[in-house]
Design a protein around this ligand. Sequence first.
Ligand SMILES: Nc1ncnc2c1ncn2[C@@H]1O[C@H](COP(=O)(O)OP(=O)(O)OP(=O)(O)O)[C@@H](O)[C@H]1O
Length: 251
Amino acid sequence: MLQIEDLYVEVAGRPLLKNVSLTVEKGETTILFGPNGAGKSALLSTIMGFSNYKITSGKIYFKGKDITEAPINERAKMGIGIMSQRPPNIAGVKLRDLLEIETHKNLLNLEEMARSIDMERFLERDINVGFSGGEIKRSELLQLSVQRPDFYLLDEPESGVDPVNMAQVGNMIRKLICNKKACTSHDPERKASLVITHTGEILDYLDADKAYILCNGTVMCSGNPNRLLKEIKTQGYDECIRCKMNLTQIQ
Ligand SMILES: Nc1ncnc2c1ncn2[C@@H]1O[C@H](COP(=O)(O)OP(=O)(O)OP(=O)(O)O)[C@@H](O)[C@H]1O
């Protein structure tokens, strides 16, 4: 579904991502680990097509099409959706105005969808203005549930979310990705996703297939998500650097 080949990206004139190659197959839940400042959010922003991130070489393919040069709206139309870590405040635009563009088109019941994630009272507020960390996450999820993309980019869905709301956020993400009781790996009914996490809390809600570790703007390791998380928690990111040196995978 998503294929990234030898990608190099600059931001503000500075090289940030280098030699990044990864794939997310149809129905696959893929995790992206990495230390602060490694370039994880930059990678998601580049896949979404945000203009600050300049691709200097390499390719991005989505559903078999080369989208390396495609504008953000085309990528969204093709089925890519993002939950950003820090989405912008949009003063003067109510959350309802944004969501109704889609709900009118697709005859969705916005009120009901907002109620299901306790966001009804936010519909008349300017997008993200004064929203708490947890409210921003729920607002992003509501936008995704209206957009209904085929491929989800989720940037630290658990950050800023308290333990009670985490269950709501985690279950909502599970429902968006797999709209039935249980989905198995590579289930054709499951939506594909690339999910950044530090704590791994979201793994309690998603049956993740594989993970990559990004360090200093480059992919160091790939392997089983729970195994890699355990390595990171016990040994930090040293093991992933060793793994790169040995060109092996942790399975
Ligand atoms: N628009 C920008 N202008 C300048 N520098 C940027 C910009 N976007 C990202 N960077 C820099 O690129 C580096 C990688 O940032 P990024 O947000 O991708 O890291 P991350 O791996 O997601 O980190 P974290 O886990 O802390 O969220 C950082 O040093 C950041 O300051």
